[in-house]
Design a protein around this ligand. Structure first.
Ligand code: ADP
Ligand code: MG
Length: 597
């Protein structure tokens, strides 16, 4: 009896592999440039024609290959980068599968020219559809040139999926930027149709690389950060200030052990750290390198290696979240704190432009309460029916001897009854009084909420929810935590759950939607930020209530009290909705406005 099963011919196996590794011209660029990086190149030139459909050529000054390696590299599973299984878990290189070159060669007209640095002659191999047509010794500089022409010429079905030149080139530019971001020590040059599109010279510091790849203006608004977990994880990078936010996540560059990844755990931690700082559907600019012991992460999950698997994803997530949040917090508070530094003794201030109709003692009754709350902790009740007036500010007159904010800044006055103008050093600050007040109230409520614990509200009728298997597993796994947060959830058989009580603060929320979102998040990240978000929303609502509105004339003392409180909270420069609280105009900005420079 003859067998039905056949071993695939080599050429077909390579084409199938190409289906995984080579999706479009940018994948060719990625593989070739990674090889150049692995070869120790300090200069990599990428030349593109017609979005890479007609040609991709990568030239490097790396170690090159000798005669035998030049032929071997086109064989399937030929790699110089790993020799044993243990190497697979301690990868130092970008490549290791030994798949890319044969896969690319199988779907293109392929030319390799290479010279091993310690040899006199170079070698050139020409292949079509993976079949070597020509090979010869050639004179060439040390290093390697790989030229890939007419991608998918022999697989028309796949060629049809390629897009316009500009679209394909866009992907290529993304790929090169991601690779170049991680290696400031390598000179990259990307040329399309003879025009240099991007050039990044060798740099010492990440900031310079970011300036070369993104822009100088962006780099100027990013802050260096670094943190260690104590458990082997180290994170470094640059965090964009909230003012840099974008409408998509394309400027979030995340790397794990030197590789660019699009990992859900990492991505989630980043977005979560910025959540209260950005308006909805705005994304930060971030360049982040997470390094951890190789045994803590599996990069061998996906052929293009964009995804990784962490051994302890919850721990990695939390470490990143806190590291980023702490760094942002210190940068954002550093500035207002600097502006409003409080602790120095004050000097008598000059008479300033102020509204003469507002004597300092004339405190408007409505605002008075709010301000006095700054002197004394408000008592808050958490019953939903009281949400309206929940902030219960105790009424107490504003002390007449309120301390001036500092000698470093001068309150100039109020603009449009809505903004406070101050001079701080040589800067002009504009503070949105309503946003500032909201932010202050929000932070206070949040702190109280955290310390006072959470009250439960029994539901008259349990809410029964059907979940998918991942979600129900996640809920099951986190039952204790949810319980501590004020939920009481019972698992039915199968994938249904019954919600019997919820945190009182959230009793008015759409319970089903909330629990579903929490379940989805838990299954993705092991963390439930939907819950934080729901709490934050309620707190924001409460904080808004009774706060100073725009169009409210304030006395000097009131303004000072507001600024002083603002300086005391974290995240002073944004309100809980993510709107900015403070705007700064530097001396230079003002001079530029008047063409004085
Ligand atoms: P991998 O990178 O997974 O090892 P590839 O198919 O990409 O597999 O490359 C096969 C081998 O060819 C590499 O292991 C390396 O030894 C060699 N090679 C490929 N490109 C270069 C290059 N630009 N310079 C030097 N050697 C290279
Ligand atoms: Mg490779």
């Amino acid at each position: 009896m003859s067998t039905q099963i056949k071993i695939l011919p080599e050429a077909i196996a390579n084409q199938i592999a190409a289906g995984e590794v080579v999706e479009r011209p940018s994948s060719v660029v990625k593989e070739l440039v990674e090889n150049s990086i692995d070869a120790g190149a300090s200069e990599i030139i990428i030349e593109i024609e017609n979005g890479g459909k007609r040609m991709v050529r990568v030239t490097d000054n790396g170690c090159g290959m000798n005669h035998d390696d030049a032929f071997l590299c086109l064989e399937r599973h030929a790699t110089s980068k790993i020799a044993s299984e243990s190497d697979l878990f301690a990868l130092q290189s970008m490549g290791f599968r030994g798949e890319a070159l044969p896969a690319i060669a199988s779907v293109s007209r392929f030319r390799l020219q290479t010279r091993f640095s310690e040899e006199e002659t170079g070698w050139q191999i020409y292949a079509e559809g993976g079949v070597v047509r020509q090979a010869e010794a050639v004179g060439s500089p040390p290093g390697t040139v790989v030229e890939v022409r007419n991608l998918f010429f022999n697989t028309p079905a796949r060629r049809k999926f390629l897009r316009r030149d500009e679209t394909e080139f866009g992907h290529i530019a993304d790929v090169v930027s991601r690779l170049a971001m991680a290696r400031p020590d390598i000179h990259f040059k990307l040329i399309h149709g003879g025009r240099t599109h991007l050039e990044a010279l060798r740099h010492q510091r990440l900031e310079e690389r970011v300036a070369a790849l993104l822009s100088r203006t962006m780099a100027a608004e990013m802050k260096v950060f670094e943190a260690e977990s104590g458990g082997g994880e180290i994170v470094t990078g640059l965090l964009g200030m909230p003012s840099l936010s974008r409408s998509n996540g394309n400027h979030i560059y995340t790397y794990v052990n030197g590789r660019f990844v699009r990992d859900r755990v990492v991505q989630h931690a980043v977005l979560e750290a910025y959540r209260t700082l950005l308006e909805k559907r705005r994304y930060p600019v971030v360049v982040l390198f997470l390094d951890l012991p190789p045994e803590q992460v599996d990069v061998n999950v996906h052929p293009t290696k964009h995804e990784v698997r962490f051994r302890e994803q919850g721990r990695v997530h939390d470490f990143l979240l806190h590291a980023i949040r702490d760094a942002l917090r210190s940068h954002l508070t550093a500035e207002p704190r600097h502006f409003f530094s409080l602790d120095k003794p004050s000097e008598p201030r000059q008479p300033e432009i102020t509204d003469p109709s507002q004597p300092e003692v004339a405190v408007k009754a409505g605002v008075q309460e709010a301000f006095s709350a700054y002197q004394q902790s408000p008592r808050v009740k958490w019953s939903p029916s009281e949400k309206g007036e929940a902030i219960g500010f105790p009424s107490r007159p504003l002390p007449e001897d309120a301390q001036p904010v500092s000698d470093e800044w001068r309150l100039i006055g109020q603009y449009l009854g809505s903004y406070l103008l101050c001079q701080v050093g040589e800067d002009l600050l504009v503070v949105d009084q309503h946003a500032a007040h909201e932010r202050i109230g929000f932070e206070r409520l949040k702190a109280q909420f955290a310390s006072a614990g959470i009250e439960r509200q029994e539901l008259l009728l349990p809410v029964v929810i059907d979940l998918d298997h991942r979600e129900s597993a996640a809920i099951n796994e986190h039952l204790d935590t949810l319980n501590r947060l004020g939920f009481y959830i019972e698992l039915f058989g199968g994938r249904s759950i019954a919600v019997k009580s919820v945190p009182q603060l959230l009793a008015d929320a759409n319970i089903e939607r909330l629990v579903r979102t929490v379940a989805t998040e838990l299954s993705v990240s092991g963390r439930a930020s939907a819950l934080d978000e729901a709490f934050d929303e309620v707190l924001t609502l409460m904080a808004c209530h009774g706060m100073i509105r725009a169009n409210q004339v304030l006395s000097r003392l009131e303004m000072e009290a507001l600024l002083k409180s603002l300086a005391e909270i974290d995240f002073g420069s944004h309100c809980p909705h993510g709107r900015p609280v403070v705007w700064k105009l530097g001396k230079k900005d003002v001079e530029r406005m008047f063409h004085r420079r």
